[in-house]
Design a protein around this ligand. Structure first.
Ligand code: 5GP
Length: 128
């Protein structure tokens, strides 16, 4: 399986420093920054610095070091933003949209971390 990465996507431009971002945390392999259109009091995007389109691309081709760094950075964002349950926070949700059915807007792998309010059901109930 080959994945086509579009270098003009907005997160690639953020990583190149062409567009500003409100950084929460940065490591050698990962950047976390506030979403420009927050859908909750805490809405942070965590992205790898490598050129990966979505979660399955990242899982298939990123190094163990990149994957571990991504996971630990995301967890550290939960800690720093105060949403970590059991540590004073009230919890959070992580979301990663992929492709057409996932309604992915930006074709660079990212994880949303949402919290700071009760987020409601994961998906609206559909009558069958
Ligand atoms: P997706 O639908 O691809 O999972 O989510 C993309 C997210 O990127 C959206 O929540 C959107 O608000 C956010 N976003 C799009 N453009 C920018 C930008 O230029 N800066 C930041 N910080 N977030 C952006």
């Amino acid at each position: 399986m080959s994945y086509a990465y579009d270098d003009t996507n907005i997160f690639a431009r953020i990583l190149r420093g062409e567009i500003p971002n409100k950084t929460v945390l940065e490591t050698d392999h990962t950047l976390a920054f506030h979403d420009i259109r927050p859908q909750a009091p805490v809405h942070v995007l965590v992205i790898p610095k490598g050129k990966y389109v979505n979660f399955d691309h990242f899982s298939a081709e990123a190094s163990d070091e990149e994957i571990a760094d991504f996971a630990r950075t995301a967890a550290e964002v939960c800690r720093r933003t105060g949403v970590r349950p059991g540590a004073g926070g009230q919890g959070y949700r992580t979301i990663s949209n992929a492709g057409t059915h996932g309604v992915q807007e930006v074709p660079h792998y990212h994880m949303h971390i949402l919290g700071g309010r009760v987020l409601g059901r994961m998906l609206p109930k559909i009558e069958t």
